[in-house]
Design a protein around this ligand. Structure first.
Ligand SMILES: Cc1ncc(COP(=O)(O)O)c(C=O)c1O
Length: 424
């Protein structure tokens, strides 16, 4: 990333002060008309937009350095390998990982969780073992465990949510036992916005069992300062595209001893030490878990994204989104029939607002908002278990990032008044 391409430098950004209007200049995609209106992009929990330094890093890699990594003894391959491995180091540092070799590149959160399920799960789970997960999980942290439980005979046990959409943590000690082998949950809910107290939950799990703890960080790493070592968890998965990086790249961090105890997930090139007809031995971490040609440009793009986020400042991002959330919830309360889900205590939530609006169907709401140039999401948000807790088939969801402004929120509010005008 060229330092001059960023609109702010760290020294100019106090944790409480982030100039979204200035930062937006780094996101050319935001400056466009949609259906005759300027775009208000409020679908950031689904995916985020990419700043110029990330676009530049991708283009520069393909223009100047494109080659396969770890293989060729030639200049381009050397450069590609250095860029790929340096990206790993910067991303590992960004999440507080003690060693870069503990950071496995994946296609995203879903693949990171599947890696844990199919490698760790098949190796260590057996009949009668228990996996604790929660009612607020994204399908990507439910279905892999259902599949592995069916194969191994392990049982799934569920931590419920309370009426405010918070985990019923006081019940957790009663669920823990010698049979508990894994506790897994999302750091931040993609539907409710709930920020779970990860370090406290990990402490409870470790006091009451020998289980490992896997965190789904898809909605946390983009929005909060995350330090996996301080959280005390054993493994943590996240996606690049939700944090200004390209699609198709993400990472799984896990403790070295845990990764070393696990068999490979995929077999192929890059992940072996020696291949014989009778069998093979594995490369050292992290390569043991990165079979085949990796997403080299994706890793480099994600490296540029974490550089960008670091310069903007994660505390400043978290603070800005919290202010926007408070402003939005205040203004949305003016809209008759607006009912948000999730904790009322703003200190317990992030910049995600799922809501219902009278009897209006979420798909109708988002279609009308789209005709006003406001991009939100409608549906079950890959979290049908939460929808069931609330007895809803779907909600509308607006989700913020640091480049959103109060004007974007005002556009959402105005759009919902249009919806009310149509549906009464
Ligand atoms: C909480 C949560 N977990 C997991 C995922 C899956 O992420 P990906 O599709 O990038 O693998 C998402 C995506 O929306 C999510 O919000």
């Amino acid at each position: 990333m060229s330092p001059g391409s960023l609109a702010v430098s760290p020294s100019k950004v106090a944790p409480s002060a982030l100039d979204a209007a200035v930062l937006r200049r780094d996101f050319p995609i935001l400056d466009q008309m949609v259906n005759g209106h300027s775009l208000a992009y409020l679908d950031n929990a689904a995916t985020t937009q990419k700043p110029l330094p990330v676009l530049a890093a991708l283009e520069s890699y393909y223009r100047h350095d494109n080659a396969n990594v770890h293989r060729g003894i030639h200049e381009l391959s050397r450069r590609a390998t250095v860029a790929y491995e340096e990206a790993r180091i910067r991303i590992a540092r960004f999440i507080g990982a003690p060693h870069a070799s503990e950071l496995i590149f994946t296609r995203g959160t879903t693949e990171g969780i599947n890696l844990m399920a199919w490698s760790w799960g098949l190796e260590f789970l057996k009949e009668g073992d228990e996996i604790i997960l929660t009612a607020m999980e994204h399908h990507s942290n439910v279905v892999p465990w259902q599949l592995v439980a069916r194969r191994t005979g392990a049982k799934l046990r569920w931590l419920e949510i309370d009426s405010e959409g918070r985990l019923a943590i006081d019940v957790l000690p009663k669920l823990l036992s010698k049979r508990t082998k894994l506790v897994t949950f999302t750091h931040v809910s993609n539907v409710l916005g709930t920020v779970n107290p990860v370090a406290d939950i990990v402490r409870t799990v470790k006091q009451g069992s020998d289980a490992i703890v896997l965190i789904d960080g898809a909605q946390a790493v983009p929005h909060l300062p995350v330090d996996v070592a301080a959280l005390g968890c054993d493994a943590y998965a996240f996606s690049g595209h939700k944090m200004c990086g390209p699609t198709g790249i993400g990472a799984l961090w896990a403790r070295k001893s845990l990764l070393e105890s696990m068999p490979p997930f995929h077999g192929g090139g890059e992940m072996i030490r020696v291949v014989e007809r009778e069998g093979s031995t594995w490369a050292d971490l992290p390569h043991k878990f990165e079979a085949g040609t990796p997403d080299i440009s994706g890793a480099i793009g994600l490296g540029a994204a974490v550089d960008y986020l670091t310069q903007v400042g994660m505390p400043a991002i978290a603070h800005h989104e919290k202010e926007l959330l408070a402003y939005a919830l205040g203004r949305l309360a003016e809209v008759k029939g607006f009912r948000p889900l999730g904790p009322s205590d703003l200190s317990q939530r992030s910049g995600v607002i799922s809501f219902t609006l009278g009897d209006a169907h979420p798909h109708d709401i988002s279609t009308i908002l789209d005709s006003e140039g406001v991009a939100v999401r409608a549906g079950h948000h890959c979290a049908q278990l939460i929808m069931r807790c609330y007895g809803l088939p779907a909600t509308t969801r607006a989700s913020f990032y640091f480049y959103n402004t109060t004007q974007d929120v005002d556009r959402l509010v105005a759009g919902l008044h249009v919806v009310r005008g149509i549906f009464g």
